[in-house]
Structures are given as structure tokens and as C-alpha cells.
Write a protein that binds this ligand. Structure first.
Ligand SMILES: O=C1NC(=O)NC(C(=O)O)N1
Length: 313
């Protein structure tokens, strides 16, 4: 029997694949579709303290090789997602769900975690440190000192399983510096990567950008980002203490891409752009394709090949 099951934060998941925050997770209906699919679980859209309309539309555009988005964290607010996930927990006791959240200050992050701690939520928190699309707000994950301060404040507040969604890094020294910070904290995992921030996609006919916010600048996802995503997964796999697991996100369109993320060290993978394109049935296809690859290579579990990417000596 070939199993694509996995464990993260000492929780078991029947499948190692799930949605990426922001895709198919805005409301109860979308979350139900993921819950009912072949995905092992779901993560909610990043909840903020109060609901947000997000950026003006058009703010999402699909291309042949991926997507560009500048959503601007539209969401129904953390209280909505706490209520919705509490209902899923009652419906499927024993299933672990992910709740994504993000604040615009350390104080807001602390308030968010206090709310979650005082709620019925018993799953895993994903603190988003990497949204590139809030005008005037930097991607927190590129401000190393602030990341350190946020994690210190968060772990003073919260003792449940928690991971962070990171932006892509492009410099080996940055991997070293971030790993020193991350290794100081009892993180359950890190999730690499968020979209590659502030790309630009152009409609040549109209000689115009394709999304409205920020003069067309937006986060890039899809096939464009896979080499960067794999590098981030593997770089952190090589640098983080073993207690901090890795969720691999970025560029997954096939079972082969899932295989590569796990080979680089991921324990779970998240699917964004391809899920937006294909819908929740994508998880059945990706699972079958991964199982076929595992069968061809004689693997029966993810542990048979996780992190075993060979380097050329
Ligand atoms: O973290 C995020 N990453 C993205 O690529 N887009 C969304 C958003 O804009 O809400 N947030």
C-alpha cells in the first residue's frame, strides 16, 4: 500500500497536500469543498483583527505559467474563521485544521494569538509574515529584527502548535540569518514560500498591466516560482533544528512537483495557483500522480525519500 499520509506538529494527516492560504478558503463554502476533497486538511484565508475588503479589482490574473495577485488580505476577520473552524472541528473531531492569521503590528499579532488561545480552536496556527500586497506595508519576513521581536512576543502569548508563512529568500546569507532566528523558538513548522512579491505582468495588446492595485505590481505564483520554492524548502531543511518541520508551497502543478518538495525536505505541501485553476479535484490528480512516482521508485511512504535530495560530491 503506497501512503501519502504525513505527520506535522505530532498531528496525523491522511494526505500530505492541502490548499495554500488565500486560495479556496475565504468562506465556509470554499473550506467545505476542500474539507470534502482528497486534501489532507485546509488552512483558512489569513484572518485579520477586523474584516477587510482588500484591494480594488481586478486583483487576480491567471497566466499560462501561473498567476499574479494583489488581493490585499481581503477576509471576514479572525472571529469569523474561529467560528467556522469550530464547526468543522465538531463535525470531524480528531481532524486537525490550520488557521492563518496576520496582524499589522506586534500588538495586533499578540491580540490575535490571545483570541485564538481563548477560543475552541485546537488545530495549528499559521502566522502569515509575508503578504506582499498591502500598500505601504513591507513584507515582515524581510525585516529580520521584527521577525525576532514578533516570535518572542507570540511565544510569550501562545503555547499551541504554530508555524510561520515566509516570503522567498534569494541569498544564502539570508537563509543563515533567518535560521538563527527561527531556531530560537518552539515553532512547529515554517511554510516556504509565499508568492514572489511585486512582479509585473503585461497585456501587450492593450499595453497595460493586468491588475489594478499598485500600478499592476503583485505576488507571483505558479510554475514561475518552483525553483525558488524548492531552494527555500531545502535551504531551511538544511539549517533548521529537526523539531521545526517544513511545509513546501510554490509551483506545484503535478505529482512530480510534490515529490520534489518532499525530496527537498517538506513534510506537507500546499497548492495555490493550480488549485485556483483546477479546483479541489486537483488533489485527487496530484495524489495519484505522486503515488505512481512512488510506486515506480519502490517507495511506500514519504519517509522513504523525505529530505534525501542528493548533492553532487
Ligand atoms: O500572503 C499573501 N500572499 C499573497 O500572494 N496574496 C495575499 C493577499 O494579497 O491577500 N496574501
Amino acid at each position: 500500500m503506497i501512503s501519502t499520509a504525513t505527520k506535522l506538529a505530532n498531528r496525523s494527516f491522511s494526505n500530505c497536500m492541502m490548499n495554500a492560504a488565500g486560495v479556496w478558503c475565504m468562506d465556509e463554502a470554499e473550506l467545505t469543498a476542500i474539507d470534502d476533497s482528497a486534501a489532507g486538511t485546509f488552512v483558512t484565508k489569513s484572518g485579520t483583527l477586523v474584516s477587510r475588503p482588500g484591494n480594488p479589482e481586478p486583483r487576480y490574473y491567471e497566466t499560462a505559467l501561473g498567476s499574479i495577485n494583489s488581493m490585499g488580505l481581503p477576509n471576514h476577520g479572525i472571529d469569523y474563521y474561529l467560528d467556522v473552524v469550530a464547526a468543522f472541528q465538531k463535525k470531524n473531531p480528531g481532524k486537525t485544521y490550520f488557521l492563518s492569521c496576520t496582524g499589522f503590528s506586534i500588538e495586533q499579532d499578540q491580540t490575535l494569538l490571545r483570541k485564538i488561545k481563548d477560543s475552541e480552536f485546537n488545530g495549528i496556527v499559521e502566522l502569515n509574515l509575508s503578504c506582499p500586497n498591502v500598500p505601504g506595508k513591507p513584507q515582515i519576513g524581510y525585516d529580520f529584527e521584527t521577525v525576532d521581536q514578533i516570535l518572542a512576543a507570540v511565544f510569550a502569548e501562545y503555547d499551541g502548535p504554530l508555524g510561520v508563512k515566509l516570503p522567498p529568500y534569494f541569498d544564502l546569507v539570508h537563509f543563515d540569518q533567518m535560521a538563527v532566528i527561527l531556531n530560537k523558538y518552539p515553532l512547529a513548522y515554517i511554510n516556504s514560500i509565499n508568492s514572489i512579491g511585486n512582479g509585473l505582468y503585461i497585456d501587450d495588446e492593450k499595453e497595460e498591466v493586468v491588475i489594478k492595485p499598485k500600478n499592476g505590481f503583485g505576488g507571483i505564483g505558479g510554475e514561475y516560482v518552483k525553483p525558488t520554492a524548492l531552494a527555500n524548502v531545502h535551504a531551511f531543511y538544511q539549517r533548521l533544528k529537526p523539531e521545526i518541520q517544513i511545509i513546501g508551497t510554490g509551483g506545484i502543478t503535478s505529482g512530480r512537483d510534490v515529490f520534489e518538495h518532499i525530496l527537498c525536505g517538506a513534510s506537507m505541501v500546499q497548492v495555490g495557483t493550480e488549485l485556483a485553476k483546477e479546483g479541489p479535484q486537483v488533489f485527487e490528480r496530484l495524489t495519484k500522480e505522486l503515488q505512481d512516482i512512488m510506486a515506480a521508485k519502490g517507495y511506500t511512504t514519504l519517509a522513504d525519500f523525505r529530505g534525501k535530495l542528493r548533492h553532487q560530491d
